[in-house]
Design a protein around this ligand. Structure first.
Ligand code: HEM
Length: 451
């Protein structure tokens, strides 16, 4: 057998940053711009120090594929994400290895295309209910509206009717959890132990949330009636040896699904509304399609294949504003990626924001052009030139759900309302775990015709 004589190279050095903290200040202040600048100055692979962490930034789709697919077994979830375990427990997003694999196998059938089809009606109905509350000319923060809507949808998909009346408490607790998570990303962990008001509030919200979730799990275990929601599927899911999830595992998965499934989709929609309002031609094509396909009725699952432009709008929006703007891993062993040495313990980061705006893959990369997806661009691109849902075995379990949900919500609302941006507002993004609009997005909703 011939052995390769090519020796792995060391990763090129990126910016040095400051003593002790390395590039942490830049990563905290302007992570998107910083990562994009690093990629354009130092290339597709480089190493930096982020405080005590040794990290590398990968900005070529083929390198991302090597980490997420080809050599995925050599990587685990990164340290910073593990800190979220305080909230998420050992759920799908944060767990690793055999435990993760078993949980993923148990949960996967709940996200099968046929199962999620059941939720289409629910999505259209909740969207309709929301717009029935809107008055003509009403102004609102569309991000807040989308957060409320997707929370209701994911809560109902998980728990069926049981959740009615609890959605607000759950939403509040999730907000507190996200807030906490964001703070933890800023390495403020030392303060967690003290009885500060925010810590007390956080624990109280967590207790409320756990109380509701354990209550629902328990009453579902006692119940003799068949339910068609995700909780029932997870509760009855059996591994090959006949074992099932404990209450604690169910709680962790349910909170994970709540968190992973509600804010991301809301963010995708919020940026989509902004982009549509800023691009009258794209908006006109959207309205034409909805009038032609739906007329004056709400959308159903059967309409989705005919809502091509609507889908392309969502796809292009997630290219420009990927709700998950980076994926991270930690090398569990020494390995070689793209010919570069990656030592055990190194934090590996790849940013959707950077790769989705790379002119090598997208001509005129900063422009919102849904029509770019009309031909066979998707087939020509390297696999990881577009990866809003990640990839490989840890690909988002809710990707099909989210795509269907975003398309149906956009269709259900845009068939009735045209949203215009309130002038002179400041719109900016806040890259924490997700890419939220920092100050929300203020719009005026105008009724389209007499629908
Ligand atoms: C537009 C909406 C969404 C986006 C952009 C998104 C994005 C992502 C990404 C990038 C990952 C992979 C993270 C990594 O590799 O480190 C992920 C994982 C995950 N997502 Fe989503 N997601 C969305 C919606 C949803 C929904 C609706 C659900 C569930 C109802 C969900 C549940 C999950 C879970 C459980 C994981 C962890 C999967 C595993 O590791 O096995 N997501 N998501």
């Amino acid at each position: 057998m011939r052995t390769s004589t090519i020796q792995p190279r060391s990763l090129p050095l990126g910016p040095k940053g400051r003593p002790l903290v390395g590039v942490l200040p830049q990563m905290r202040r302007r992570p998107l711009q910083f990562m994009a600048e690093c990629a354009s100055t130092y290339g597709d692979a480089l190493q930096v120090k982020i405080a005590h962490l040794h990290a590398c930034l990968l900005s070529h789709p083929d390198l991302v594929e090597e980490v997420l697919v080809t050599h995925n077994r050599k990587f685990i979830k990164p340290q910073l994400l593990k800190q979220a375990s305080e909230v998420l427990g050992n759920g799908l997003l944060t767990s690793d290895g055999d435990f993760w694999l078993r949980q993923r196998r148990l949960a996967q059938p709940a996200f099968h295309r046929d199962r999620i089809a059941n939720y289409a009606e629910l999505i259209a109905a909740f969207s309709d209910q929301l717009t029935n509350r809107w008055g003509n000319g009403q102004t609102m923060d569309i991000h807040e509206e989308m957060m409320g809507l997707t929370l209701q949808i994911v809560a109902r998909a998980l728990f069926g009717a049981d959740v009615a009346g609890h959605t607000e408490t759950v939403g509040r607790a999730l907000d507190a959890a996200l807030q906490r998570f964001t703070e933890r990303m800023s390495l403020m962990r030392l303060l967690d132990r003290f009885p500060l008001p925010r810590n007390i509030r956080f624990r109280q919200r967590q207790r409320e949330l756990d109380g509701i979730i354990y209550g629902m799990i328990e009453s579902r275990r006692q119940s003799k009636t068949e339910n068609d929601d995700l909780l029932s599927m997870l509760l009855h899911a059996q591994d090959t040896d006949g074992s099932q999830m404990s209450n604690q595992q169910l709680r962790d998965e349910v909170i994970t699904l709540f968190l992973a499934g509600h804010e991301t989709t809301a963010i995708a929609l919020s940026w989509t509304w902004m982009l549509i309002a800023q691009h009258p031609e794209a908006e006109a094509r959207l309205h034409d399609e909805l009038d032609r396909v739906l007329g004056d009725r709400p959308p159903t699952l059967a309409d989705v294949p005919n809502l091509r432009w609507t889908e392309m709008v969502v796809k292009e929006s997630m290219r420009l504003y990927p709700p998950a703007w980076r994926v991270g891993r930690e090398a569990a062993e020494d390995c070689v990626i793209g010919g570069y040495q990656i030592p055990k313990g190194m934090q590996v980061v790849a940013s959707q924001w950077v790769i989705h705006r790379d002119p090598r893959w997208y001509p005129n990369p900063d422009a919102f052009l849904p029509q770019r997806w009309d031909g066979d661009l998707a087939r020509q691109l390297p696999k990881f030139a577009y990866f809003p849902f990640g990839g490989g075995p840890r690909r988002c379990i809710g990707d099909e759900f989210a795509k269907m949900e975003a398309t149906l919500i956009l269709a259900a609302i845009a068939r009735k309302f045209k949203l215009t941006l309130i002038p002179n507002q400041q719109i900016d993004y806040f890259p924490s775990i997700t890419l939220r609009p920092k100050y929300g997005i203020q719009v005026r909703a105008e009724r389209r015709g007499e629908r």
